[in-house]
Design a binder for this molecule. Structure first.
Ligand SMILES: [Cu+2]
Length: 170
């Protein structure tokens, strides 16, 4: 009898631990892809504080990922990544991973394909670097760091996959 209740207690304990572990586990990363169009495919995403954001370069050319403050125009020393290109599907892809502690909006751009420019109102924005081909949008994006479940559920589908096989670019 004793061993049976012990086994039950152990089982309950294991289940409780497993459940607690699952609760404490950090959420999956959110992926942002570079794919040959000189843009960030998922250029607006939401993540929880502490959740990893992984930039995946599926392009043959290199890119940078540099945070900036639109109010001051200053670039970030901490949010400052660079990713080399890849030879194509099946070849190694380079990634850059970062997470953010505080809620708010974080802005970033690729300094190879975009430039920061001060608007007449004083706000700094990313613009297409002259001479760079692309799809009309500057290579830049924003990350909303939030606990709002509606925002977190609104990420593009591609943001949940590391490798997008149809998106390798030239
Ligand atoms: Cu770029």
């Amino acid at each position: 009898m004793a061993s049976r209740s012990l086994a039950a207690a152990l089982a309950a304990g294991v289940l409780a631990c497993g459940w607690a572990g699952a609760q404490a586990a950090s959420p999956k990363p959110v992926y942002i892809h570079m794919n040959g169009a000189n843009e960030f495919l998922e250029n607006l995403i939401a993540v929880r504080p502490g959740q990893q954001v992984v930039f995946v370069n599926e392009d043959t050319g290199p890119h940078t990922i540099v945070g900036y403050n639109p109010a001051t125009g200053k670039t970030s020393k901490r949010f400052d990544g660079a990713v080399a290109g890849t030879k194509g599907l099946g070849d190694k892809v380079h990634t850059y991973t970062i997470s953010f502690k505080h809620q708010g909006i974080v802005y970033y751009y690729c300094s190879v394909h975009a430039v920061l420019a001060k608007e007449p109102g004083g706000w700094t924005v990313a613009k297409v670097r002259p001479g760079v081909h692309g799809f009309g949008t500057p290579m830049a994006g924003a990350i909303i760091v939030t606990t709002d479940p509606k925002l977190l559920a609104d990420n593009p589908k591609t943001a949940s996959e590391k490798i997008l096989s149809g998106y390798f670019g030239g």
